[in-house]
Structure formats: structure tokens, C-alpha cells
Design a protein around this ligand. Structure first.
Ligand code: SF4
Length: 225
């Protein structure tokens, strides 16, 4: 019996489920004491686009899903504008449990929760990672530079691309300039995904002796954040 792409997708989904089950009873940091539900992440385990936010808010904590409030609705709109739906992507957060009162996650909480996010990225192995806001952008780019300076470009990242942009909550606070910048960033994301998909279509026309996939770093080596 041969092993195909569908088996690979099922294996990834199964491994993500095992990881989610482990996170569901996690008590490794103090956020466990005040959460209602662990918000592990949701979406397509085979997605070419992974979106990483900060942490669950009140609605997410109650429902166990990421980005379900007004920020989620804006994210859905931005995705629709580039021809994608929530089900086409995978959405996760830096910390999986809600910081009480929506306070910022603390460095020790981010560090403790980081292996879950790293393993999600290893398993899904996307082409583009989008970081929303300061916490995920600084963590994944391993920098102290803030999102205002970081955004506006795509960074090569472990054989993939990382596109930092503002958190939707920042746009909802009323600045049209922030929303405009997010739209620019999402157009950039669309360009990268379209180019990648076009290149993969082209490579399917090549003789089988020529490798079809662009070379990627070993996803297991995603160890710098
Ligand atoms: S935030 Fe992460 S590390 Fe902390 S209890 Fe929740 S799942 Fe565990």
C-alpha cells in the first residue's frame, strides 16, 4: 500500500488533535487557574496560511474558538477581500488561555506556551505565517521592534514567509490608517500565496525527475522562537 498526500493530511490532523487534547488539560502556567476553555486553534490542518494572534479574549474563552468576536469578524472580512475563508486557513494564538481581564500575556506565560505554537507550525507547515500585533510578531521574528515598524514587508522565515500586521483590535479602535495598512498587508499575503500556487502549477508540468516543491528548511528545525 502506498503512502499519499491524503494520508499526510490525515496524519497532520490526527497529530494536531493529540496536541489539542494535551493542551486542553494543560496547567503549565498560571493562566490555567482563570481560563474557562483552552483555545488551542482552529482551521485547516493543511492550510498554506496560518494566522497567529495574541491570546483568547472573553468570547473566545467562553466558546473555545479563536477570533470569534468583533476582531474575528474583521479578520473574516480581510480574508474575504483576498478570496479566502476562515476554513481555508488555520488560526492560533501565542497563549492558549485567556489572560484575566484581557491583560497582556506575561513573558513567562508566552515562553511556557510556546511549544504548542511551534508544534502547530511544524505540523501544518504553511507557506505564509501572518502575525497579528506585537506579541506574535515579536515572538516569531525574535525581535523587540514594534509592529508599526515591523509591518509593511514579508520576511523570509525558515523557508517560508512571515508577514506581520496589526491586530484587528487596533483597527477596531477607530483608526482608518490602521485598517488601510492591514489591507495592504493582506494584499501582500495574497500575492505570495498566488505566486506560490502558480509556481506549483508550473512545476506539475515538468518531467518527474525535476523536484516539484520549492526547497524548504526542515520544519523540525523551527527552533529559533
Ligand atoms: S496558556 Fe498555554 S502553557 Fe499556560 S496553561 Fe494555557 S495551554 Fe498551558
Amino acid at each position: 500500500m502506498s503512502y499519499g498526500a491524503n494520508d499526510d493530511v490525515h496524519l497532520r490532523a490526527a497529530e494536531l488533535t493529540i496536541l489539542a487534547d494535551r493542551a486542553a488539560s494543560c496547567t503549565q502556567c498560571e493562566l490555567a487557574a482563570t481560563r474557562t476553555t483552552v483555545v488551542f486553534g482552529a482551521g485547516d490542518p493543511n492550510a498554506s496560511l496560518v494566522i497567529v494572534g495574541e491570546g483568547p479574549g472573553k468570547n473566545e474563552d467562553e466558546q473555545g474558538l479563536p477570533f470569534v468576536g468583533r476582531s474575528g469578524a474583521l479578520l473574516d472580512t480581510l480574508l474575504a477581500e483576498i478570496g479566502r475563508e476562515r476554513n481555508d486557513v488555520y488560526i492560533a494564538n501565542v497563549v492558549k488561555c485567556r489572560p484575566p481581564g484581557n491583560r497582556d500575556p506575561r513573558p513567562v506565560e508566552i515562553e511556557t506556551c510556546k511549544p504548542y505554537l511551534r508544534q502547530q507550525l511544524v505540523l501544518i507547515d504553511p507557506t505564509v505565517v501572518v502575525t497579528l500585533g506585537n506579541f506574535s510578531s515579536k515572538l516569531l521574528l525574535n525581535t523587540d521592534v514594534g509592529i508599526t515598524k515591523l509591518r509593511g514587508q514579508a520576511y523570509p522565515w525558515w523557508g517560508r514567509y512571515l508577514v506581520p500586521t496589526f491586530h484587528p483590535a487596533a483597527a477596531l479602535r477607530g483608526s482608518a490608517r490602521v485598517l488601510e495598512a492591514m489591507r495592504e498587508d493582506f494584499t501582500r499575503i495574497q500575492g505570495i500565496l498566488d505566486d506560490t500556487e502558480r509556481n506549483m502549477m508550473k512545476t506539475t508540468e515538468l518531467p518527474p525527475s525535476i523536484p516539484h516543491q520549492p526547497e524548504k528548511h526542515d520544519p523540525e528545525q523551527l527552533d529559533l522562537f
